[in-house]
Write a protein that binds this ligand. Sequence first.
Ligand SMILES: [Fe+2]
Ligand SMILES: [Fe+2]
Length: 260
Amino acid sequence: MLKVLMVGDIFGKPGRKAVKELIKTYRNQYELDFVIANGENAAGGNGITREIANELYNAQIDFITMGNHTWDKKEIFQFIDTDKKIIRPANYPPGTPGRGWAIVPLSNELKIGIINLSGRVFLPPLDCPFRVGERIVEEISKETHIIIVDFHAEATSEKIAMGWFMDGKVSAVVGTHTHVQTADERILPYGTGYITDVGMTGPHDSILGVKRDIVIQKFLTQLPARFETAQGVAQLNAILLEIDETTGKTMGLKRIQDYL
Ligand SMILES: [Fe+2]
Ligand SMILES: [Fe+2]
């Protein structure tokens, strides 16, 4: 059985601290074969830098997916085309820098495909994630049946629809972006593991990672505000997928919520 961990949006320094302290332990404890993490908020809540991506790789994260915050740190344009371990949503228009999917070797025989897609409900109107996703799955399936989709989306309906749309085509559809872990993890009838949102890895006593006062004031006054990363206890949110390496089907899944 192949064990893949998908870590929810890493938010700022508290999120990075949590992965630095916990991923190495998990790798032994759960005998992980591959660790994916959403890194769109890794740099103080906004995007990712070269240095921070390296920090995550050093924390034994094998692969990074992104989302609507991909372009927040302008320096990403300098490395997104060359770093083979980072992808951004595949349904950005053709010609967008970077890649939206990848195939990574796990051993001599095994490969894993990773796809990043963005929803379009309450998010920028990108190309259709369903059609784009389907085409990529077809492509990857020529090489491997082990495929993980990070569906970065806001609306639960769109995410659940993607789960059912992909059932039997991919190993798992894991939702990201809302920063709140949902308790609806399940294996769909044709073997696709699913969760609406895997949650956030970052400051626990916060509003989606941001200092509470700032966000509350913004709601009260409707004035623009500069967001800052909250401090204090950090949480790690993730999902552990157990995948049959011959069929690519998910056989077990377990939500993880850790604090430090
Ligand atoms: Fe996020
Ligand atoms: Fe997001």
